[in-house]
Design a protein around this ligand. Sequence first.
Ligand code: NAD
Ligand code: USQ
Length: 473
Amino acid sequence: MKESSREKLRRRKPRRKLEREKNSKQKKKKKTPELALSSSLALSPAFDAAPSPLPPLHCPNTHLLFLSSLFINPPPLPPQGGDGYCGFATALHLSARGYAVAIVDNLARRSYDAQLGMETLTPIASAHERVKTWNGISGKDIELMIGDVCDFEFLSAAFQSFKPDAVVHFGEQRSAPYSMIDRARAVYTQHNNVIGTVNVLFAIKEFAPEAHLVKLGTMGEYGTPNIDIEEGFITITHNGRTDTLPYPKQGGSFYHLSKVHDSHNIHFATKAWKLAATDLNQGVVYGVATEETTAHPKLVNRYDYDGIFGTALNRFVVQAAVGHPLTVYGKGGQTRGYLDIRDTVRCVQLAIDSPAAPGEFRVFNQFTEQFSVNQLAEIVGSEGRKLGLDVRVQSVPNPRVELEEHYYNARHSKLQELGLEPHLLGDNIVDSLLKFAIQYKDRVNLELIKPAVDWRKAGAAPRVESAAVASRK
Ligand code: NAD
Ligand code: USQ
């Protein structure tokens, strides 16, 4: 199946390939537009407006990958690994397999850490050092374009320079708690994510109408309905008439709702402009190491464990490593889909290799297993005790507004039908994650572990304190 889709791409692309070769010769002669854009971004008034605790509201960072030459055969790579978080790991995975990759990112994720006094568990290298290191060990180039997807002038230049065959759009503010800190962050999140995606749609229409958009959505778009969750669409009979409609959406934060809005906008653009798009409704990602991110210390991926960007399983692992009780919010029956980061990178590749058709809006539920928070705490507890750790579980008042006991059964077969062979949590994964966290435990700031954002307390007044200070209240 993979081969035939590659064949399809090969048939579709020869003109684009020639253009790209011509373009890359031209690029060697003159400075790339992205370098100029990078320095103008650093000097822009929005970035110099110091008093705001937020990234510039005209839209901070996006993490876009433009991918081309999908049909190049993968050269062999040393069996090691990675980068930060979903986008970096995916860029390396694809580059290692012969795809031409450019990363578009405004580095906003690093600025959230700076604003809130947070730091990843792992000491990550700068974006520039990462691509340089990757080039050094693999001999492969990844283009780095520093800029904001919300800045259409920049985005247009990036599209015209790279001429993508596929666009993988990771570049959004992805934390639900961050979007619930205060009004300004809620507005920022929706602006950044929704307008960024609208810009990507216009850029594809204008400069690369044949490119396949692979967009990272989220399982949280569906919420927790009391019926089975389908993959994107549900067939409903109402008053004697039947239709297949987008599955109802019930996002549980301003962040999750931004992804709902994105999905609607993308769906509309596929109909109106015959664009090809795949929405990957991803579950909660865990893990850190991929084959490529472990290839050199400067390629280590980011690992968030704080109460704002840290996700459930990754947090529990760090908590166990440092002897902090596992922070189960409320009753702990909250059930979600989860997947290993090694499956994230593979799913994106599968989606690229079997592209949606022009005019098609395809939705894949991207997770491999579902767990309640209590089940995760139990698994981490039992694996931690095998390593001699004193793991305790503590129910803390739930800072979120969500169901704590509910039905959850979400379909997730389409990526497996395309060939995904999942890494499951049982396969010694928690054990290796615990060992990884123990290795870095001296870098853990215990203050950052506590939940720092209460959904009910989000207000219009800007919150200016760091995550650690907020968590003490
Ligand atoms: P991340 O915050 O680590 O990475 C997002 C990247 O996008 C950052 O590098 C950031 O600087 C960049 N970015 C943000 N806004 C931008 C803009 N306007 N212009 C340019 N760059 C911008 O997040 P992640 O965990 O890698 O998530 C990637 C995507 O996957 C997100 O869209 C997220 O919603 C989705 N997702 C993540 C998870 C998870 O568990 N991490 C689960 C489901 C879905
Ligand atoms: N939870 C705890 N204790 C913790 C942290 C979380 O009980 O210490 C609970 C939360 O209340 C929630 C569940 O665990 O019920 C999942 O929370 P999370 O922080 O792991 O994940 P979430 O906020 O939903 O967001 C993450 C990513 C986001 C992605 C989403 C996928 O940050 O980018 O979209 O997972 S999904 O959950 O499927 O929507």
